[in-house]
Write a protein that binds this ligand. Structure first.
Ligand SMILES: [Zn+2]
Length: 297
């Protein structure tokens, strides 16, 4: 009896073990099939990653090609621009009694110029006319008073901004942030009022404020005499312009400077004969400066 019972128990244990074995085997099989699935998913993902990497590389290569073709075009454009002869006629200190005659000649010859003006409250319509006829109104300080503007950096900046506001009120246009120092950036008179470093200090401050200043490389010499000889003005401009492709011509729009007005047609014809075209000065124009702001930093 007891042998029989123990046989039965053994059988039950055997069945149970067998069941456990089947259970384990099936679980292993499931696990294995999962591993296989994950592996194949992994393989697919790796494939996709590789494809993305390849596409990325191709895009990078195309990008590099485009960039170098842009660089090439840019430098060939700059090279071409270097050889283009551009004259920037500039008139300082106006408006004046001569402004209308200057405008008339410029219109006749279809030439645009840059007027570095001061603040003359009584001549408001002239500023408007200059702007309406397509010329550039640029800043030559409101007062042009050396003692005032060169006593301190603040004084200079305030005087420039006073003229900016004055011009904006008249023309309704935003200031161009282009200016010219009375006396030029290399003047030494300013030291008398603001000390040795006043010009450097002003240049740095105005650069910080987003302004660009322009001196000149062609002097008409119309300021060298109360009323300069007309032929001397013409020959000065024509001779000095021979040495540059970008001529920034200094002239004056002041009551006594009637010979400048008379010289203007010959100046325009002479420059045209040398192959110059005419343009107005903007912040992006090639900078003609006696003192470079970058050298001061
Ligand atoms: Zn001036």
């Amino acid at each position: 009896m007891s042998t029989k019972k123990s046989n039965k128990t053994l059988k039950i244990v055997q069945v149970a073990l067998f069941a456990i074995l089947i259970f384990c085997i099936s679980n292993i099989a499931i696990a294995e099939s999962r591993v296989i699935k994950v592996k194949s998913e992994n393989k697919n993902l790796s494939k996709q990653i590789n494809e993305i990497k390849n596409t990325n590389q191709k895009l990078n290569e195309e990008n590099q090609k485009l960039q170098s073709s842009i660089d090439e075009k840019k430098s060939s454009y700059e090279e071409k621009m270097k050889n283009v002869k551009i004259a920037y006629l500039t008139f300082d200190d106006g408006p004046s009694k001569n402004t209308l005659d200057i405008l008339k000649t410029l219109k006749e010859y279809n030439v645009k110029a840059t007027f570095f003006v001061n603040g003359h409250e009584e001549l408001t319509p002239l500023y408007k006319k200059i702007a309406e006829e397509g010329h550039a109104l640029a800043n030559h300080t409101y007062s042009h008073n050396y003692k005032t503007i060169y006593s301190s950096v603040n004084n200079f900046e305030n005087d420039i901004k006073k003229l900016d506001n004055f011009l904006t009120q008249i023309t309704g246009k935003e200031p161009t942030h282009v200016f010219r120092f009375p006396g030029g950036s290399n003047n030494t008179v300013s030291r008398k009022y603001g000390g040795k470093t006043i010009m450097k200090d002003i240049i740095k401050q105005m650069d910080k404020e987003g302004y660009v200043y322009f001196d000149w490389n062609v002097d008409s010499t119309d300021a060298s005499a109360f009323r300069q000889n007309k032929d001397k003005i013409v020959s000065s401009v024509i001779n000095q312009s021979k040495h540059t492709n970008k001529a920034v011509v200094l002239m004056h729009d002041l009551n006594p400077k009637t010979t400048t007005v008379q010289a203007l047609p010959e100046i325009i014809n002479g420059l045209k004969a040398q192959g110059f075209v005419f343009d107005v000065i903007s912040k992006n124009s090639p900078q003609t400066q006696f003192i470079k702001v970058n050298n001061l930093k």
